[in-house]
Write a protein that binds this ligand. Sequence first.
Ligand code: ZN
Ligand code: ZN
Length: 72
Amino acid sequence: MFHMFIDTEYAPEKCSLCSGTGHDGSGTCEACGGQGDVLVAQPAIICPLCNGAGYLEIGMCRACGGSGWALL
Ligand SMILES: [Zn+2]
Ligand SMILES: [Zn+2]
C-alpha cells in the first residue's frame, strides 16, 4: 500500500538553527548540513517544542533536529 507516501510533499524551508546561512558558531550547521535549508513535509509546521527557534536552553532541539520545523 505504498500510495500512502505519495500524498506527502516536501519543500525546502529555511533552517532556523543557522538562520539559513549553513553555518553555526563553530562550523557547518548540524541541522541542515550546511545547506541553509531543510526539506520539510508540507504544510510546514513550526516545531512546538522550540517554537521554531531550533534550540532550547539545553542546546539543540531534538524534536526537530535543530531545523525549527516539525518533522513528520
Ligand atoms: Zn542550518
Ligand atoms: Zn524544535
